[in-house]
Design a binder for this molecule. Structure first.
Ligand SMILES: NC(=O)c1ccc[n+]([C@@H]2O[C@H](COP(=O)([O-])OP(=O)(O)OC[C@H]3O[C@@H](n4cnc5c(N)ncnc54)[C@H](OP(=O)(O)O)[C@@H]3O)[C@@H](O)[C@H]2O)c1
Length: 267
């Protein structure tokens, strides 16, 4: 299968590099940034990466992995070149399939996917929205491509893509920030960076493991919280009405969703 990936930054490179390990896939990448092209050539000699789109390209899949704000210009170039593909895929946040089709002046099926950075280690969350005009066989192929990168969840409604962008797309950053804040506070309270990392990461690992057997999170919280104990004091702060973790997380996630909604309108 011939796959053209346009934009080989963080996401495009991770995807291309994972797929290039499969013998049946031939990956061709296009990346504007010279520094990124150099890094890719150093990291993975088997990946073909060029500066500009080829004048003629015929294959099965074209994947857009550029920033949303770069798409309009890219579409103008694609229209001028002779690119023949069976399917277009887009991981760009916020740009609707209709907008992509309009810019490319095409009726070729456009599938939108919202992956997350876990794809780097084949633990990504990939939410896929298929268009109505896609063939069953193409769906099967695309599902299997993304199963190489983690789990696949099929969405039925395009509006949910902006929501999922704010949850699982941006989600790893929320978790990283939580770990960073936890680590910094642990240092302030008297531990070294090394010890902070160890006790926090092991705590998180254990807590996550416990949720496998008990999906009532409130029950797990209650098990850690003794009456008049230390956890109860901390939770009074974390769950303070109108000023707790819930309100902060909600504001953050809605800000991400609003940005995705705004990007959809801009394009
Ligand atoms: N990062 C995430 O966790 C994540 C998660 C889900 C979805 N996404 C989506 O994935 C897309 C890519 O994100 P990213 O984080 O990988 O961005 P990125 O690291 O900035 O990668 C995009 C790359 O595309 C290059 N580029 C721009 N225009 C191009 C063109 N016409 N032809 C070839 N290359 C071009 C950029 O070069 P220059 O820097 O020189 O412009 C950049 O190196 C975005 O649309 C984003 O919404 C990202």
């Amino acid at each position: 299968m011939n796959i053209l990936i346009i934009g080989a930054g963080k996401m495009g490179y991770s995807i291309g590099s994972a797929w290039s390990k499969r013998e049946s896939y031939t990956i061709y990448m296009v990346e504007k940034s010279l520094a990124t092209r150099k890094t890719i050539k150093k990291r993975n000699k088997n990946l073909q990466v060029d500066k500009t789109l080829p004048d003629f390209w015929k294959g099965d899949i074209v994947l857009f992995a550029v920033k949303p704000q770069n798409f309009q210009k890219l579409a103008q170039v694609i229209v001028k070149k002779n690119i023949l593909t069976k399917n277009y895929l887009s991981i760009m946040a916020g740009i609707s399939a209709d907008t992509i089709a309009k810019e490319l002046m095409t009726y070729i099926p456009i599938t939108r996917i919202m992956p997350n950075i876990g794809i780097d280690i084949a633990l990504g969350v990939n939410c896929i929205l298929y268009p109505k005009n896609i063939k069953k066989s193409s769906k099967k192929t695309i599902n299997s491509l993304f199963e190489h990168l983690g789990t696949v969840h099929i969405l039925k409604n395009e509006k949910l893509l902006n929501s999922v962008t704010a949850i699982s797309g941006s989600g790893p950053a929320y978790v990283f920030l939580f770990l960073l804040v936890f680590e910094n506070i642990s240092k302030e309270i008297g531990f070294s960076k090394r010890v902070s990392k160890k006790i926090i990461y092991d705590t998180v690992r254990g807590a996550l493991e416990l949720t496998r057997n008990e999906n009532n999170i409130r029950k797990l919280i209650n098990e850690v919280t003794s009456k008049k104990g230390t956890t109860e004091e901390a939770l009074k702060v974390l769950e303070k009405n109108n000023f707790g973790l819930y309100q902060i997380m909600k504001a953050a996630i809605f800000a991400a969703k609003n940005r995705a909604d705004k990007l959809s309108k801009l394009n």
